[in-house]
Write a new protein. Structure first.
Length: 214
């Protein structure tokens, strides 16, 4: 049985870890067994996008299609580079970007006989209770959930969060009665994240890499 130890990492320019995942450029200094010069990373991403656009269903000849995003379009912050470099999302067309069969198949597209439901980009938001107005809310984002919940709990919202309070969810006059308050968050220059030491962060990164998340 082949495993990750059998991969020729020196000649691997991009890969998809097992499970649900995007495609990672094997960039030197970012990936554990990096072989691609950082200056070549964008060229490899462009080549992957071109390959994706040309990918067809071998049974029908139709393009797999669906949106595809790059790392720069999806992520921001100091750890963005560790996320996938290319993420295809062809779910609406009935395809799932997964790598379940590992080294047992070379086919880029195969029939799904195990999973009959999956995540969608458009989620469902349901809210009920005091201060919530009936109706449909448009343009809510996942990143808006934390600040909205904090506000409903009577807490101030940190000024470094990505989302915002979903004002359309609140009953008329609710914001006048309880305006959104924010609190300033000082940047952490200590080099630690969430109170973790560098050794603890490295241990967690190692475990996530072993699970295929990094």
């Amino acid at each position: 049985m082949l495993g990750l130890d059998d991969v020729d990492w020196e000649n691997t320019r991009a890969y998809a870890p097992f499970g649900w995942s995007g495609i990672y450029v094997n960039t030197r200094g970012i990936r554990p067994h990096g072989s691609v010069d950082p200056a070549e990373r964008e060229a490899v991403i462009e080549a992957l996008l071109a390959r994706w656009e040309a990918l067809t269903n071998p049974h029908t000849g139709a393009a797999v299609g669906g949106p595809v995003y790059t790392n720069a379009e999806m992520y921001s912050g100091p750890y963005a580079q560790y996320g996938p470099d290319v993420m295809p999302l062809p779910l609406e067309a009935g395809y799932m970007p997964v790598c379940f069969f590992g080294f047992t198949s070379k086919r880029p597209v195969y029939e799904n006989n195990t999973l009959f439901g999956n995540h969608r980009m458009a989620g469902v938001l349901l809210a009920h209770g005091e201060g919530i107005q009936p109706g449909v809310v448009a343009d809510a984002r996942l990143t808006d959930m934390a600040p909205t919940i904090l506000h409903l709990l009577g807490q101030s919202v940190p000024d470094d969060v990505d989302g915002q309070v979903i004002s359309g969810l609140l009953a008329p006059g609710e914001l006048d009665k309880n305006p959104v308050t924010t609190r300033h968050v000082e940047p952490d220059d200590s080099g630690s994240q969430d109170g973790l030491t560098e050794a603890e962060q490295e241990e967690i990164r190692g475990k996530l890499e072993g699970l295929g998340y990094l």
